[in-house]
Design a protein around this ligand. Sequence first.
Ligand code: GLU
Length: 313
Amino acid sequence: MSSVEIEMIRNQLPGWIKASLPYAASGEVASYIPELSKAPPDALGITLLDANGDVATAGDCHMHFTMQSISKVFTLILSLMDNGEDAVFRKVGMEPTGDNFNSMLKLELVRPGIPFNPMINAGAITVTSLIHGSSPQEKIERILHFFRKIAGNDRLRYDMDVYQSELENANLNRSIAYFLKENGVLETPVEEILDVYIHHCSILVNCADLARMALVLALGGIDPQTGKQLIPRRYVRIARTFMTTCGMYNASGEFAIDVGLPAKSGVSGGIMTLVPGRYGIGVVGPALNDKGNSQAGVQLLEMISKEMEWSMF
Ligand code: GLU
């Protein structure tokens, strides 16, 4: 039997989608990775999942899209599981920057020249470099295996068109990575690290996959189906904290005020968010606002969170 709340959400979702969709018109689909520009600008979908397996879903929830920056949450967790906290945070800081996700500005201004946090590209590339594996191929396979486990979906795969498209247009990430290498932050070959990083940004999901991944975080790292601890609790806390402080680029503060939930967005228009202890939520809306977050997706979450009184703050 579904909970009363999820029934209520199910009934309201189509109306909420309808009310949020017009916002997409003032957003723009990301094009700096050319393959991403093919996404429909007026799509909007959402899936909510609770621990009993009850689902509420509406709009373009079956659309597939690449995780992009959302993957950074789980590569951080895998890197922590591989290396422990001390080793990871020797190389990456814990503070928001106020800079763009792909900024290298502070790397030269601040000592030690380690990235500010694991959610900006410099930090995520560094975290990726620490993931265990004897070759880039092995790391790429380990990452996919881990993501499949968290998503409870053995069919997750890399979108090789998006991968190729980013690989050919990664001049900025390449600059960041070479700079980090020069500073001694990256210790393995730059092109191999970028290969692994661009791969995990290209993992293809739909809203249900994101909702299930978020639900594992909402439940403190527990697999909702088997009850198994998939992620140590402490690392879930770290991931949820970074989602709250740095997950929505330079609009993380605004999102915390208006929505009040840990969230991570990606340039493909995906947003993964959660209601602690209760729901995992996946959203997609490819038209982005000027901060790089899904324009209609943020509106939709704001509407739902206000109505359901979900803000943590
Ligand atoms: N692969 C993208 C990049 O590194 C991810 C950016 C994002 O989603 O914020 O540029």
